[in-house]
Design a binder for this molecule. Structure first.
Ligand code: AMP
Length: 206
């Protein structure tokens, strides 16, 4: 049986996982974490409740803390989520898993004042969790630069399509470097998702 140690996670992350009381990786974690730590793209069919957040948050944290450049932080990982509730939950998981790391992350979503979000962006972040509308809004105002994103996560891709976010996703894709690592999670797998995954992923493991 897989253990968190056998997946290749760093000591700081193993401690965080232990603090959370997790003893064994869930199937989606056992399948996604090793290829992600290896730099590969992953296409995952996973529903909420399967442990999918840790399946991407742990590798993202490990990769981002590995080569953190000197000087002001810039956004190196972007996690896109369809709703503010999901985005907030993901951000809360990043807080838990980054307990023993020097990583700054923030969630931004619409329906609330933008000033606190802008202030956090101006201080510098390593990881940004966002819903598409507010993200594009703040990009348009010049507060966010995605030009140095190394890791892109598209969570709940089917819900993104259902909510009509496809054009926003395409705009966001065009603002990131082509050379980057990608992860796409979807609860269902349709022709539309397959099509979307072609424009997001380059060398995927399913
Ligand atoms: P998610 O599917 O990411 O929304 O996670 C569902 C719940 O499972 C969350 O409350 C996580 O904290 C929890 N969880 C994630 N991974 C594990 C694990 N390996 N063992 C036990 N609980 C976990």
């Amino acid at each position: 049986m897989d253990t968190f140690e056998s997946l290749g996670l760093s000591k700081a992350l193993l401690r965080a996982v232990e603090d959370e009381g997790y003893t064994t990786p869930t199937p989606v974690q056992a399948q996604a974490i090793p290829p992600l730590l290896d730099g590969k793209d992953v296409l995952g069919v996973a529903q909420t409740g399967t442990g999918k957040t840790a399946a991407f948050a742990l590798p993202v944290l490990q990769i981002v803390s590995r080569g953190r450049p000197q000087g002001k932080r810039h956004i190196r990982a972007l996690v896109l989520s369809p709703t503010r509730e999901l985005a907030a939950q993901i951000d809360e998981r990043f807080s838990a898993y980054s307990e023993h790391l020097d990583i700054r992350h923030k969630v931004i979503f619409g329906g609330v004042k933008q000033n606190p979000q802008v202030r956090a962006l101006q201080k510098g972040l390593d990881i940004l969790v966002a819903t598409p509308g507010r993200l594009l809004d703040l990009i348009g105002q010049g507060f966010i630069d995605l030009g140095r994103v190394e890791f892109f996560v598209l969570d709940e891709a089917d819900q993104m399509l259902d909510m009509g976010f496809i054009r926003d996703i395409r705009k966001i894709l065009a603002l990131m470097p082509r050379q980057r690592q990608n992860l796409l999670f979807s609860a269902t797998f349709s022709d539309e998702i397959r099509e979307l995954s072609k424009s997001v992923l380059t060398n995927a493991t399913e």
